[in-house]
Design a protein around this ligand. Structure first.
Ligand code: SF4
Length: 96
């Protein structure tokens, strides 16, 4: 997972404001379909113009991913930015 490993390296644990240090499982990450994909697809800037292409392309990768559910859960639990589990930051915000 080029995108995943580049963007998540070193994030096997996160700090939360309310509870301190929390270990977050990342064992699923090497199985992500985004391995070898352009990391920029997963971090669109804005929600219009070229970012729409990036979001669509990233979602297409996520649709063929075997670990989508774990990825989405991780992003929800750790407050990640970008496309995770086929969702945008705004979509995950609405899920919380
Ligand atoms: S769901 Fe998408 S972002 Fe998450 S690991 Fe799979 S391909 Fe990567």
């Amino acid at each position: 997972m080029r995108a995943g490993s580049d963007r998540i390296r070193g994030l096997s644990a996160v700090v939360t404001a309310d509870s301190g240090y929390v270990a977050a499982s990342t064992t699923w990450m090497p199985s992500g379909a985004c391995q070898g994909e352009d990391p920029e697809l997963f971090f669109p800037i804005g929600a219009s113009g070229p970012a729409l292409y990036q979001i669509t392309a990233a979602r297409a990768v996520c649709r063929r991913c075997a670990v989508t559910r774990m990825c989405l859960t991780y992003a929800l639990e750790t407050g990640q930015a970008g496309i995770w589990g086929g969702t945008t930051s705004e979509e995950r915000q609405a899920m919380r």
